[in-house]
Design a protein around this ligand. Structure first.
Ligand code: SAH
Length: 185
């Protein structure tokens, strides 16, 4: 796993997804070496880099040009650029033009989640999986009900990570935002 400090960051772009959450996403994805992954909302590239390190090909899309530049910079820094194709556009455009993928990872949807899931599910291979990381309550419930409606078996975990900072007087725990990982099985 990459450490959070391994990433170049920029105040205009969210991310990277924290290391402990990236661990869980990779574990729940049951990613295989030969997989091709489409990631929607690459942000800083936190998840893009983890997937790129472990699979055949990643297609990463973000509508924010700064996110594309930052993900590219992080891929170059860690020598993974040749594994990843970057798309600066609205996710729905990429989805319409892409062939079959083994996995769809959604880290941002900007109000288009239902349509993204609807079109994305048609682009999956027969064993394909969908993973959604969600902070908003609405995203969690929308993702679960839409995936059920599309015929998937769905699981969800929610984690509240706290990380200790060792101070002179003792160890202080700092809480990170709770985040849900919704995934098909
Ligand atoms: N997982 C990333 C952080 C994702 S932040 C990391 O580890 O670095 C979510 C990103 O989704 C933002 O950069 C935002 O611009 C992008 N986004 C949200 N809705 C989108 C859409 N409909 N199409 C493309 N990108 C989108």
């Amino acid at each position: 796993m990459f450490k959070d400090t391994d990433f170049i960051t920029n105040s205009k772009v969210p991310g990277p997804t924290k290391e402990e959450i990236r661990c869980l996403v990779i574990s729940k994805s049951q990613l295989k070496k030969e997989d091709e992954v489409l990631e929607i909302g690459c942000g800083t590239g936190g998840l893009t880099l983890e997937f790129a390190k472990r699979c055949k090909k990643v297609y990463s899309v973000d509508k924010n040009p700064d996110a594309i530049d930052l993900t590219r910079a992080n891929l170059i820094k860690h020598n993974l650029l040749e594994k990843v194709e970057l798309f600066h556009e609205e996710a729905l455009n990429t989805l319409k033009n892409i062939d079959k993928i083994n996995m769809l990872v959604i880290g941002g949807s900007g109000g288009n989640l239902l349509e993204i899931l609807e079109i994305g599910s048609q682009k999956l291979t027969s064993e394909g999986k969908i993973i959604v990381t969600a902070i908003l309550l609405e995203t969690k419930t929308e993702a679960i009900s839409k995936l059920k409606e599309l015929g998937f078996s769905v699981e969800i975990i929610e984690v509240n990570i706290s990380k200790g900072r060792i101070l002179e007087r003792g160890t202080m725990m700092y809480a990170q935002n709770p985040i849900s990982i919704i995934y098909t099985v």
